[in-house]
Design a protein around this ligand. Sequence first.
Ligand code: AMP
Length: 424
Amino acid sequence: MNILILGSGGREHALAWKIAASPLTTKLYCAPGNAGIAQQAECVALDINDHAAVAAFAKEKTIDLVVVGPEAPLCAGIVDDLEAAGIMAFGPTKWAARLEGSKGFTKDLCKANNIPTAAYERFKQAGAAKDYVRKKGAPIVVKADGLAAGKGVVVAATVKEAEDAIDMLFGGGLGQRAWEIVIEDCLVGEEASFFALCDGEAAIPLIAAQDHKRVGDGDKGPNTGGMGAYSPAPVMTPQMNQRVMDEIVLPTVAALKRAGAPYKGVLFAGLMITDKGPQLIEYNVRFGDPECQVLMLRLMSDLVPALIAARDGQLKNFDLRWYADAALTVVMATKGYPGTYGKGSVIEGLDRAAQVEGVEIFHAGTKADGNKILANGGRVLNISARGKTVAEAQARAYQAVDRIDWPDGFCRRDIGWRAIARAR
Ligand code: AMP
């Protein structure tokens, strides 16, 4: 098969690594890709927001399957457009992608189907939103309705902070004025990322992972796109996985089918595991980044038939096998991230780092310049490793990190601490 991956991050590099290893793959392309992805795929300079250009390229190269990495093209309907052009595409349609594109849509779906999630209200006016916050008290969570690249959520410790967040979101603090916000109760517990593959009707669980969103050691400092991840997540016991499937994922898939928007693709449930059980924080309609990197390291089965089965509605009798090994990924970012940072610094030592046992390096934001690898973004590298335990995977990943010579880069030194502390 000729396969085209859309995207350019560490998630897409991990997908490219796994898909390139499939005996079903004849030729792999990635648009736009990065310097690491270029080792597995031919990178093409396509604008993935230009659906017609992607369709034209897919026709020209007789692409048999397009795998969409990020949420923005999914929410913009790229799967609908590719399928309408006769091109097989993996991922949800625009209607089904509302699970990520609109927090209000998802909250209403949860309420209507008894799916456990924080109590909430939706608001279009700042005044009513503030009245609600004053009535409920703090801590409380204020969210912009649409896609906001992780910046649209404020967990407010005080009523004043919540009021300020309401003003910020309605005042255009995210670049454009929020047209609607959701205010919800603050959940207490341990967070986990749960993934399921869905075919519109059936869903099979993938595995769970945990990530570290804060920039600094000890989970301190501002939120980021994710500074590292590991799997398995100790909090996700087999019983908890089953509860998530029964109480959250399967009712969601059934509800979307009834609503005429069957969900196909990866469903990523951001969970809070509370005293009362799993609660849905949010849905994403694609693999997590950096969770995908550890999922791909633990996946023993071929990914390509699974993607096709999901797209074709054939998951009912499908099964995937996983390595018992743990996997962990450390994100190396450019100094300054998640604030402002420079581009173009030289990264050396990658080959030596990749020789550490069990290590796989995925590129998130790099660019090749002749033989040199240059940093080309905030999150730049995912130093990933398998090991018998999370602790072993962590030791291997940091051994590789220490072989990388990149003065402009930094990483957290404690990825996986929660799992390692539990195992002690
Ligand atoms: P989201 O973009 O909805 O995943 O939110 C980003 C982060 O905010 C989550 O990963 C949580 O850490 C936190 N968060 C969101 N909603 C809640 C909630 N209701 N209670 C506690 N924390 C939350």
